[in-house]
Design a protein around this ligand. Structure first.
Ligand SMILES: NC(=O)c1ccc[n+]([C@@H]2O[C@H](COP(=O)([O-])OP(=O)(O)OC[C@H]3O[C@@H](n4cnc5c(N)ncnc54)[C@H](O)[C@@H]3O)[C@@H](O)[C@H]2O)c1
Length: 424
């Protein structure tokens, strides 16, 4: 079993640290934020991620996982150092590598001879050379092991990934990183650094393009009287298309797709390779947000000024507490921008700071006095709501279910009006 350091204990770092500890490795997690480290030491998960808290308890109990706010304590003995720090969007749309470079520089004099620094953060193609330069040690190796976890399903994705990708200058180094996952049975891709770096961006951008296409087709379905779910079902039966990622929604979001699509456009532009499909997907996504607001506005007589809109869901998808770049928030901002007051409920997020938005502790409280109800996150509990109870507390009957979680006929029987957009 190997000695592993994990730098950055956010969504990816926590999953990596706890996951590798569960495989028997000796893991030390380090974060620049001492509060997160203190929480981990106390056995508390700083994020909501189903199943990860139980794994944390087991990992701490077994002694395989420790947390520290001293970088030297994490790195000095480590055979492998995983970098799991943010790579946010820079002002020009490119990926901001400064956190990765800062983490690499900070560890350079602490690494033991022969250590392998493994990049899990999503980084542009060519970043490995910059990381090598920041470390500046010929006796230390750099590898790329992009992360593909889905928030809300991170544990499942760690234990049963679709694939594990590792890229390095030498196959021997890549194989050493891959050997950490020896007990995980899945396709394993040993490749070059540039390929590993690109696989991540190419995958995320493809998924974003797919979702934008689905949302555009769903709008066409609505305009033409077709049921979008029936159309998606019919499409998904074609094995070349597949039935995953065919669910219409209010637009895609989260901490990865928005920044990764923009970063890939920027990377491609740097190589003189335009990828207009990505630009179109981004434009289509903004239209998806707008369509939700237009639908509510149309139903409420063309203006949202002075109206109260109940919103169900704040996270970018169900199963997570993450609201970064959430389409729910993007839609709420547009509703508020049109003059509405928004009262929202989310099963996990109890507070969100935005002028014009009030977060309440139940769907009924959100619906109370509302002119319209908009479902923006596919939390399964929303499907269990009693439509009569919700509609009784509302001021209006307009219901916009962007996630298709409500039983439409049941809600219609209780008096809900599901408006169709006339001018898309
Ligand atoms: N969240 C996802 O679903 C996901 C999936 C795949 C890949 N990624 C990529 O993984 C990377 C991390 O994403 P995340 O969602 O885990 O981010 P996050 O913001 O949840 O966590 C990052 C952590 O790094 C810490 N940190 C920042 N600088 C540090 C430093 N110098 N030393 C130590 N710790 C430091 C922060 O305090 C934070 O706890 C990003 O590149 C992201 O694109 C994320």
């Amino acid at each position: 079993m190997s000695k592993v350091a994990v730098i950055g204990t956010g969504y990816v770092g926590l999953t990596t640290a706890i996951g590798l500890a569960s495989l028997g490795h000796d893991v030390v997690g380090y974060d620049i934020d001492p509060n997160k480290v203190d929480q981990l030491k106390a056995g508390k998960l700083p994020i909501y991620e189903p199943g990860l808290d139980e794994m944390l308890t087991t990992a701490l109990k077994s002694g395989n996982l420790k947390a520290t706010s001293q970088l030297s304590e994490a790195v000095t003995d480590a055979d492998f150092v995983f970098t799991c720090v943010p790579t946010p969007q820079d002002e020009d749309g490119s990926a901001d590598l400064s956190y990765v470079i800062a983490a690499s520089s900070a560890m350079k004099d602490l690494l033991k001879q022969g250590a392998i620094v493994v990049t899990k953060s999503t980084v542009p193609v060519g970043s490995a050379s910059q990381i090598e330069n920041a470390i500046g040690r010929s006796d230390v190796h750099v590898a790329s092991n992009p992360e593909f976890l889905r928030e809300g399903a991170a544990v499942i994705d760690f234990k049963n990934p679709d694939r594990i990708v590792v890229g390095a200058r030498s196959t021997e180094v890549a194989q050493q990183v891959m050997d950490l996952y020896a007990t995980i049975d899945c396709p394993k891709v040993l490749t070059s650094q540039p390929a590993a770096e690109l696989i991540k961006y190419a995958s995320n951008s493809f998924l974003a393009i797919k979702l934008s296409y689905v949302n555009d087709i769903a709008a066409l379905c609505e305009a033409s009287g077709a049921d979008p779910m029936e159309v998606m079902h019919g499409m998904g039966l074609d094995a070349r298309i597949g039935n995953h990622y065919l669910t219409p929604g209010p637009g895609w979001g989260g901490s990865c797709f928005p920044k990764d699509t923009r970063a890939l456009t920027s990377i491609a532009a740097g190589f003189g390779i335009p990828i207009p499909l990505i630009d179109s997907a981004i434009i289509s996504n903004e239209k998806a947000h707008k369509r939700v607001v237009d639908r509510v506005m149309q139903e409420l007589g063309g203006s949202l000024v002075g109206k109260t809109i109940a919103v169900l869901g704040l996270t970018f998808k169900a199963g997570t507490d993450d609201t970064r770049e959430s389409p729910a928030v993007a839609v709420i901002e547009r509703l508020i921008g049109r003059g509405a007051k928004v009262v929202a409920h989310d099963p996990i997020v109890s507070a969100y700071s935005l002028a014009g938005l009030q977060v309440v502790d139940s769907p009924t409280a959100a619906a109370s006095g509302a002119d319209a109800l908009v479902v923006l996150t596919e939390w399964p509990e929303f499907g269990q709501l009693d439509p009569t109870k919700i509609l009784e507390s509302m001021n209006g009957t307009c219901v916009v279910d962007t996630r298709n979680v409500l039983d439409k006929s049941r809600w219609q029987s209780a008096g809900a009006a599901f408006p169709q957009l006339k001018n898309l």
